[in-house]
Design a protein around this ligand. Sequence first.
Ligand code: ZN
Length: 431
Amino acid sequence: MGKTFMPSFKNLDELRQHQLNGLQWTVNHAYRGSSHYREKLAAAGVRSTDIRTLDDIRNLPFTTTDDLRKGYPFPLLAVPESQVVRIHASSGTTDRRKIIGYTQKDIDDWVHFFARCYEMAGLTASDRVQIAVGYGIWTAGVGFQLGCEKFGAMALPVGPGNIDMQCQFLVDLQSTAMCCTASMGLLMAEEMKRRNLKDKIALKKMIFGSERSSDAMRARIKDLLGLEDMFDIPGMTELYGPGTGLDCFKHEGIHYWADYYILEILDPETLEPVSPGEIGEMVVTTLRKEAAPLIRYRTRDLTRVIEQPCSCGNILPMHDRIQGRSDDMIIFRGVNIYPGQIDEVLSPISDAGCEYQVHLTRRDDGKEYMTIRLECCDGLDPSQKPELALEQRCKTLLVVDDDPGIRMLCSKVLDSFEVTHATDGLEALSL
Ligand code: ZN
């Protein structure tokens, strides 16, 4: 195609200089344009002239969902309302939706880096992209579509659901790529099998947004549809929308667009940076967002930075898949545990569709107990004693390999396996 949507930086120093310029611009812009930010920055005693290095970001105050609620319906607005050309809202479960305004430049920036996602996924102008995500007030549909058009591929904006039409388009229009949630992907894969259409379609790639998916689930989708590749696309309405990164064909992590935002990974309890490579909360600061700039916005999403550069050669840094929400974090024996880690523990023995529950209890002895109840799936062979593998993986997760005071108790209970992790050698299982 010739045209590229990748940044022109040759090395990380150039990227960091770009980030510093963007950070200074954002703080200045937010201070001048938003009374809300002005008050917060003044309270923190920081001006844009105080930002001399990227490390100075740590002197800036955090922005939270509370700040978005306070400014409803135009939170964080840092430009005159007449410059807002569009709004989108998040599908928040809280009382009030988060509404975010966009200037034309914000839209253009978003569309540009969304086109980059398709480039990263290895699509070309010959690809036909079936977009099966929500449209309207949600950021998803329009982002996928405008990014696709900007990239130069053919957009098929079918929208979510409507399985009959999805199947018809996959066959009649020979879509080569499909954008949807992973659960929709699984549904489509099973429909293709049920309708015996696998040999009649040309689908090569799927791009999954907005929810976590297990490796087992992805493997099943890939197998059922005979896909070449699948990609994860992260994103949230506050930060433009979906398309803020993508894993490349090497799948060593999700490249994120560090030329548009700075990503910090902080301990959600202490709000200090985690050790390199450890899981923490994603905190984002935009570098050129006009209508609703974000300064250290606490996303509540959990992930880790991938330290080593990607073998694909692209210098854009990477974070891991989203590991869940910081609200779902468990502190067990002083160790932070996240839903995504439990997924990893269970993935070798569980199949797509497996459900699990984590029970945390403190018993009369004052000690904490963790019980993982895993629903048995088809294909799980009890005689293989899968709970033993689970036990070892739980110990690794909890970094208790060498602790003689730790014992893992397992048993098969009715139709579910139960693994109890006790802090000492109690013999009983809690049922
Ligand atoms: Zn890569």
